[in-house]
Design a protein around this ligand. Structure first.
Ligand code: HEC
Ligand code: HEC
Ligand code: HEC
Ligand code: HEC
Length: 457
């Protein structure tokens, strides 16, 4: 009935695909029932920390529609073979408990559906080598571990030095292709090879503290019933995801990441105007952008516009990684990636410059440079039915004048409008100021009288 040789060839081909896509080292996670892990809702004493974690991408790592869209594509393209690999970081408990093995997530317990959740992270005891691809070691005992040396908890708790290290995060924030080892995400390695690692500034110092950059100490309580502490970490894990994460925190981080400089001559009578832009990665402890950089979008836009609104220059430069497949075709999807084709991102504390020029106009020309970020392209956002906004990370505007007189005239006009209140809209009318002052005095007088009468009683 079967064409035997053809059938055999198919079996061999399938075996090769399966083996190459999912080698034994796809993830080292042990098997464990999900009942070992209490869900986040059971961590009531840490309600502040729970409120911080809830809007994070960690809490959404299994339900995130952008992820689910890519997961479905990966599943289809590889006949399901790569899917367990994806699940290992996006739902580690679901994988350990065998509750989530493919696209069907209906078997996930409450705690497995929470993705990268409290109990998972606080059961981690170390990492296997190499770091990445869910390399963590997980304890079967219900002893919750963190950096506190004197935990005073109603449950078993212990100190873990490992939680204070970047390796803790690196166990998931280094993603290597499961069959060929290509670095699909290398945030941990980028950090390790950069200046922050040398200074002992770890991921937690920027991503588990209230502000962007290192905002330590952050005094508070680790639990509502616990003692006051000099420093506690926040479970915010804010990054660049404005669409699905905590938008305000993500925007704050994106705006703190880069500095943008625009250099140009103030006066150009005729001929070409030469301009230079420089972007410096001042705030990110890794490359800018980092993570899933074949999906993330960061780009510089430089425009020059004359007084009549005509564009003399309109340039765009994208910063990211482009992957290529085995045949050398690009851009390749992460599951097809065999090598990195191009990578022009900005390493930590390093700069990148660009030069442009445009023909000078008769009148003044306004030059604008802006650096933008979007966590994914419009087509992917539309497929996932998510509204993904563009964030302005940095922006500079400058004017080139055709003559010294034109520049003086423009500056004089500016000074004048700044001096005349009302006209510029800034500065308060003196009458308004007087009226407010009179009001304040009247309220104070009444309050004083009331207090006097009360204390007289
Ligand atoms: C991605 C892993 C991760 C997740 C998810 C996570 N934590 Fe943490 N947590 C840590 C790390 C790491 C530290 C210690 C940071 C350090 O010392 O640098 C920590 C510290 C703590 C501490 C010690 C007090 C403090 O704030 O510094 C408590 C308590 C805690 N976490 C509870 C929780 C609770 C409750 C949740 C869920 C709502 C949660 N964690 C989610 C990794 C995680
Ligand atoms: C168990 C795996 C795992 C561990 C451990 C882990 N992460 Fe993550 N992290 C993820 C996954 C998965 C995502 C992406 C979820 C998504 O976007 O769907 C993520 C996303 C993030 C983001 C991006 C949020 C955004 O807005 O784009 C930040 C920041 C982050 N993690 C920081 C950390 C830090 C800091 C640590 C160490 C304290 C850590 N992570 C440990 C798996 C992990
Ligand atoms: C000096 C502060 C600093 C340190 C240290 C740092 N980060 Fe970041 N991180 C940032 C800033 C600022 C951003 C926002 C800009 C960006 O997206 O790169 C960011 C963004 C991210 C993102 C989101 C990237 C994206 O575009 O999706 C992830 C994930 C992340 N960091 C993980 C880590 C991990 C893991 C470590 C440690 C290995 C780490 N960070 C160390 C400051 C830091
Ligand atoms: C070793 C851990 C790990 C594995 C395995 C993994 N991821 Fe992720 N994934 C992450 C981390 C960490 C981030 C966050 C990086 C960032 O913010 O840029 C992430 C982010 C994402 C995002 C971005 C979500 C968003 O909202 O922007 C998508 C999509 C995604 N992963 C899909 C996949 C797919 C598909 C696979 C399997 C082919 C996979 N991941 C395998 C750790 C992993």
């Amino acid at each position: 009935m079967h064409d035997v040789p053809g059938y055999r060839r198919l079996v061999i081909a399938l075996a090769v695909v399966v083996m190459s896509a999912v080698p034994a080292a796809a993830s080292a996670l042990p098997s464990m029932p999900s009942s070992n892990f209490p869900p986040g809702t059971a961590c009531g004493c840490h309600s502040d920390l729970t409120t911080q974690w809830q809007p994070s991408m960690h809490a959404q790592s299994l339900t995130d529609p952008i992820y689910l869209t890519k997961l479905a594509e990966a599943d289809e393209a590889t006949g399901g073979t790569v899917t367990p690999f994806c699940l290992s970081c996006h739902t580690p408990i679901g994988v350990m408990a065998g509750e989530v093995t493919g696209l069907d997530h209906s078997g996930a317990s409450e705690v497995a559906a929470e993705g990268v959740t409290c109990a998972f992270c606080h059961h981690v005891t170390g990492t296997n080598d190499p770091i990445g691809n869910a390399s963590q070691m997980v304890s079967e005992e219900d002893i919750r571990v963190a950096q506190l040396k004197d935990p005073q908890a109603p449950h078993a708790a212990a100190y873990s030095q490992f939680h204070e290290t970047a390796e803790f995060c690196g166990s998931c924030h280094n993603v290597n292709h499961p069959s060929n080892g290509v670095h699909l995400e290398a945030t941990y390695t980028e950090w390790k090879e950069g200046p922050y690692a040398a200074e002992g500034i770890v991921c937690q110092d920027c991503h588990m503290t209230p502000g962007p950059g290192v905002t330590k100490p952050n005094p508070g309580k680790a639990a509502s019933t616990g003692p006051d502490r000099e420093h506690i970490y926040t479970m915010t894990f804010a990054g660049g995801n404005v669409a699905l994460g905590d938008a305000a925190k993500a925007e704050e981080r994106l705006k703190a990441a880069a500095e943008l400089a625009l250099e140009l001559p103030e006066i150009v009578e005729s001929g070409d105007v030469a301009i230079q832009t420089t972007i410096t990665n001042v705030g990110a402890g890794h490359y800018l952008p980092t993570g899933l950089t074949e999906v993330r979008q960061m780009w510089l836009e430089v425009t020059a516009t004359d007084e009549g609104g005509k564009q003399l220059l309109n340039e765009r430069r994208d910063f990211g990684t482009v992957m290529k497949d085995e045949a050398g075709d690009f851009p390749a999807e992460m599951w097809d990636a065999a090598a990195i084709h191009t990578d022009d991102r900005i390493p930590p504390r390093e700069s990148t410059s660009n030069e442009y020029s445009f023909p000078m106009a008769q009148g003044a020309v306004t030059v604008k440079a802006a650096l933008y970020y979007r966590s994914c392209p419009e087509e992917l956002a539309a497929k996932a039915k998510v509204d993904v906004p563009t964030t302005t990370m940095a922006e500079v505007t400058k004017v080139v004048y055709p003559s010294a007189e034109a520049m003086e005239a423009a500056t004089a006009e500016e000074d004048q409008s700044a001096e005349t209140p009302g006209e510029s809209g800034s500065g308060l009318d003196p009458i308004v100021v007087l009226a407010i002052a009179a009001g304040v005095i009247a309220v104070a007088a009444v309050a004083f009288a009331v207090i006097k009468r009360r204390s007289a009683k």
